[in-house]
Design a protein around this ligand. Structure first.
Ligand code: AHM
Ligand code: MG
Length: 337
């Protein structure tokens, strides 16, 4: 590590780039980092503590089984954000309805947070990387009153900040406030996040493709054509590409952002709208990827320009290195590869 700069110092030093009140951003990030530290400590003992492992026996609104850690993380992030009164509403993968705070302090909050508290839940029990992903918006409804649904249904372009925490071989927070992307690595022995990855840029080209190829039978011909292209031998374009798929979107994208690559979760006969959720998975990752110099698209347009109609809606999602995503876009618009 070259420069010992903490996350707190970095936010204070760079908050002039944030176009709104500085203390508010600091307090929201304090909430997110505090909750991340709690999660880090809990995840590290997940195999030891029964209360954290396994299923709750309930399903979330997506019809997916909730894991104990999903429910725990949801509670921790909501409570940390609620306690700081900057946020007037939260939408979470684990909550069917939006959470709209009605207490006097919170109705004056100017921000909305959309969050997937644990992404990659299927990996919890097998000690593989999982993460948390969040998007922050300014509310559009007047302060002083409870938030309204339209506050949550803004396009991804309106995000004022977004980020993810990856709980991997180390824990990292990666975020943007619209002025580039920076990554901070957590030192659990002293409880501090340090700037470890300043000004992250995704390589313009790469040779990693990440897709659940087991679903191939359900894919469109275009996606099958693109997968065949990834596997062809061609020295000029460094093919065949390397296949890497963790099954935690944050971990797959984190690797591809650092190394160069493309991530695909298409619509298919199995998942007609795709699987990933626009508001709290794809939008924040798309904001980060565009800020890092890459592309995130639903195959037709930038993810950030999609107009949401439902807090839990899904979208096809293709994201990564510019040159790689462009080739995919050519295939999807039926141009030759
Ligand atoms: P989750 O938020 O319920 O964990 O679901 C999202 C996850 C992504 O992290 C991952 O990329 C994808 O689902 C994996 O899905 P599949 O098992 O269909 O490949
Ligand atoms: Mg989840």
């Amino acid at each position: 590590m070259q420069n010992l700069i903490t996350l707190g110092e970095f936010i204070i030093k760079n908050q002039q780039d944030f176009p709104y009140a500085k203390g508010q951003l600091t307090r929201m990030f304090n909430a997110i980092t505090l909750a991340s530290k709690v999660m880090n400590s809990q995840i590290n003992k997940a195999g030891l503590v029964d209360e954290l492992m396994g299923k709750v026996g309930t399903e979330n609104v997506q019809g997916e089984e909730q894991k104990k850690l999903d429910v725990y993380a949801n509670k921790i992030f909501i409570n940390a954000l609620k306690a700081r009164n900057e946020v007037c509403g939260i939408a979470s993968e684990e909550e069917e309805e939006t959470i709209i705070f009605e207490n006097e302090a919170s109705v004056n909050g100017k921000y909305i947070v959309l969050i997937d508290p644990i992404d990659g839940s299927s990996n919890i029990e097998v000690n593989v990387s999982i993460g948390t992903v969040f998007a922050i918006y300014r509310r559009i409804s007047p302060v002083g009153k409870p938030a309204i649904l339209e506050d949550f249904l803004q396009t991804g372009r309106q995000q004022v900040a977004a980020g993810y925490v990856i709980f991997g071989s180390s824990t990292m927070l990666v975020f943007t406030t619209g002025n580039g992307v920076n990554g901070f690595t957590y030192d659990p022995s002293i409880g501090v996040f340090y700037l470890s990855h300043p000004n992250i840029k995704i390589p313009e080209d790469g040779n990693i493709y990440s897709i659940n190829e087991g679903n191939s039978a359900y894919f469109s011909d275009d996606i099958k054509t693109y997968i065949d292209y990834c596997k062809e031998i061609d020295a000029d374009t460094n093919r065949p590409f390397t296949g890497r798929y963790i099954g935690s979107m944050i971990a797959d994208l984190h690797r591809n952002i650092l190394k160069g690559g493309i991530y695909l979760y298409p619509d298919s006969k199995k998942s007609p709208q795709g699987k990933l959720r626009l508001l709290y998975e794809c939008n924040p990752m798309a904001f980060l990827i565009e800020q890092a110099g890459g592309i995130a698209t639903d195959g037709h347009q930038s993810i950030l320009d999609l107009k949401p109609t439902d807090i839990h809606q899904r979208t096809p999602f293709y994201a990564g290195s510019t040159e790689m995503v462009k080739v995919l876009q050519d295939v999807l618009t039926n141009q030759s590869t």
